[in-house]
Design a protein around this ligand. Structure first.
Ligand code: NAD
Length: 494
């Protein structure tokens, strides 16, 4: 935590909250440093807002809500057509900002912004998707379902996708008529401000989106706030449980997405080149800091040629060029501790990313891509989320042994199988205990219109955070029954 007064000017000014269409200073004088993970340099400071700032944001959202909810959905969607175009127009500066605060390499940052644009595409199609159902249920009596906004909602986001994860919730929740208080990760607060600016430019009325920066205290104020009706959370399982319990205790609708430990089951018949490339891309993309990153490879039977290829692919990677740093010094130390502990427990480190230093960026938080073989399912590294570019390889004799390890995980975000056999692929898809499964795909993200969400301790609550599943989260269904013609008569139901 930095001192109360700024010691030296930083690259970016202090981060400000965004309330009622204006950037405002928080009355709180407590700040955290924002760091560029590739250099270790402090680039800004973020305020740790308290309950009073959450109050202000909720007041602004409540004031904007009636007019926004009364705006026809086709008109609301127009904002997101314009916003999508602005994301595309500004992709260079948006991606640069993501790289600066999160560390990911430029191609990854650009992909993140393009994904945000795709999320808008879905929001633009919501008028077609939420068109209600209507049926004559008995003579002259008609039932229809209409979707109403929930009201004032909150979205709490993690550090790993500063642009995309806020856009998992903003376009859909707002297009469906809600007003929002966004609480970005305090580790990457800068992108959220740009999102607000672009939405304002796209014509979003003041107060529909508000941003309150901070950490635990801010989140607790959101969970307890009597006028916030729903919360979405994306982050670690530990905090997802806290938010789910605390938000539900104050009778809010909560969807809380948590951490992950994703298994890839590699069968001996898997196509070697595609498999090795995909597996490495999955574990190392965004420095392994994706909730869909593979972190356990279940190597079934004779898969050594694939593992040898993976070693070659990993060795060819250049930290600082095609793999970025992890988010913080603490994350780097934590990841390296896991590797050391596994090695001491008897695992074999095939490629070692510890002590990685990038010339010219000696203070960056780099961990090189790491492969560890002969890990056993009881080791901590096999069970806990590492959230770094580390792939552990567990040997299995057959597919059932591999599946048993996957099924015992407390998480259940994603799982994939690499095989040329349709029967084995279907078997794994059916048996894996995960919400998102893939075949010959290292990162089985369901793209729109499909919803994103895991199982077990990777998600608490019903519905999904994106796609069709999010409609249930962001709306209340009203069932309307009407009758106009008295000649239709009266029966016991009408
Ligand atoms: P985190 O849980 O530390 O933080 C997430 C949010 O919670 C932040 O906004 C933070 O300010 C807030 N927070 C932190 N501690 C809190 C506390 N004690 N009480 C209340 N609020 C608190 O997560 P992170 O480190 O920012 O992100 C990485 C995690 O997010 C990983 O576990 C990753 O798997 C997960 N993640 C999951 C998904 C998914 O779809 N399931 C997607 C992205 C990231």
């Amino acid at each position: 935590m930095s001192a109360i007064e700024r010691e030296a000017p930083t690259r970016h000014p202090d981060v400000r909250n965004y309330i009622g269409g204006s950037f405002v200073d928080a009355p709180e004088r407590e700040f955290l440093d924002v760091t560029d993970p590739s250099t270790g340099e402090v680039i800004s400071r973020v305020p740790l807002s308290g309950a009073s700032e959450v109050d202000r944001a909720v007041d602004a959202a409540r004031a904007a809500q009636p007019a926004w909810a009364a705006t026809p959905i086709k008109e609301r969607a127009q904002v997101f057509y314009r916003y999508k175009a602005l994301l595309e127009k500004n992709i260079d500066s948006l991606a640069a900002l993501v790289s600066e605060e999160n560390g990911k390499v430029r191609g990854e940052a650009e992909a993140e912004v393009l994904k945000s644009a795709e999320l808008c595409e879905f929001a633009c199609s919501l008028p077609q998707i939420v068109a209600g159902e209507v049926l004559e249920v008995s003579r002259g009596v008609e039932c229809r379902v209409e979707h109403y906004p929930v009201g004032v909602v909150a979205s709490i986001t993690p550090f790993n996708f500063p642009n995309m994860v806020p856009n998992w919730t903003i376009p859909n929740a707002l297009a469906l008529g809600n007003c929002m208080v966004l609480k970005p990760s305090e580790q990457v607060p800068l992108s959220a401000g740009r999102i607000a600016e672009l939405l304002r430019e796209a014509g979003l009325p003041d107060g529909v989106l508000n941003i309150v920066h901070g950490g635990q205290q801010t989140v607790e104020a959101i969970c307890d706030h009597p006028f916030i009706d729903a919360i979405s959370f994306v982050g670690s399982t530990h905090v997802a449980k806290i938010v789910y319990r605390r938000g539900s205790a104050s009778l809010k609708r909560v969807l809380a997405l948590g951490g992950a430990k994703n298994h890839l089951i590699v069968m001996p018949d898997a196509e070697p080149e595609m498999t090795s490339t995909n597996v490495v891309a999955s574990m190392s993309g965004c420095a392994g800091q994706r909730c869909m990153a593979a972190s356990v490879m279940m190597a079934v039977g004779k898969t050594d040629p694939i593992i040898e290829r993976m070693v070659r692919v990993v060795r060819a990677m250049v930290p600082g060029v095609n793999i970025g740093p992890v988010i913080s010094k603490a994350a780097k130390e934590r990841i390296e501790r896991y590797i050391t502990e596994a090695e001491e427990a008897g695992a074999k480190v095939l490629v070692d990313g510890r002590g990685c230093v990038v010339p010219g960026k000696e203070n960056g938080f780099y961990v090189g891509p790491t492969l560890i073989d002969h890990v056993t399912p009881d080791m901590r590294i096999a069970q806990e989320e590492i959230f770094g570019p580390v792939m552990v390889i567990i040997r299995a004799n057959d597919v059932d042994e591999a599946l048993a390890v996957q099924q015992r995980s407390r998480y259940g975000n994603a799982a994939s199988v690499f095989t040329e056999s349709g029967g084995v692929a279907r078997y794994v898809m059916e048996k894996a205990s995960a919400g998102m499964v893939g075949v010959n795909v290292g990162v089985p993200v369901p793209r729109e219109p499909f919803g994103f969400g895991g199982w077990n301790e990777s998600k608490f609550g019903t519905g999904d955070i994106t796609g069709r599943g999010s409609i249930e989260l962001w709306t209340r269904a009203k069932k309307m029954t009407t009758k106009w013609n008295k000649e239709a008569g009266v029966n016991w139901m009408s």
